[in-house]
Design a protein. Sequence first.
Length: 194
Amino acid sequence: MTKVFFLLLAVLSLCNSSLRAQGRPEKGGHELQLWIGGGHAINGSESDDGIFNVGGRYGWILTQTHGPGFLRGNFEYAVDVVPIFLITQRTGTTYGIGINPVGLKWDFTSHPGAVPYMELDAGTLFTNVQTPVGGSRVNFTTGGTAGIHFLRRKYNWSAEVRYMHISSAGIGDRNPGINTIQFRLGFGLFGHRK
């Protein structure tokens, strides 16, 4: 597990060499981030399930800063790759990988030392056993997030609360779904291509 996180950190360093760092999200810029998260299911027959995941993000800042007052910000499109996705179920631990090709994010840029954000995302999760029990090995994820980037001169830290729904969308025999609340910490940067 630690090896994977350090491998992701090395990938961030390599990507960083082709980016000129900037402190804030700006049109034409990119976001690179490594993150680690975890949480717990919140309702239903799967409420005993726990979640742990590690991943990376690449985002594109698509708009100029615009909007009134505290709503002022930029629109960002992002993709997350999740090489480690663990779900602890009554029957044991499920191992999976995921891809979230849809990340729609609004970065609120009117604050000098921080960038709060809201996000909606969707993706696919592939697991080694049926998840939830009796469900499918292929599931879809949807979610919503509220978070904040704490800006530093070159890099930033982020903290967020994420709601995630995991479901097979009816492709398995059963579709009980798992609703989770997760907390995620990230380390990354905003940059422009050199």
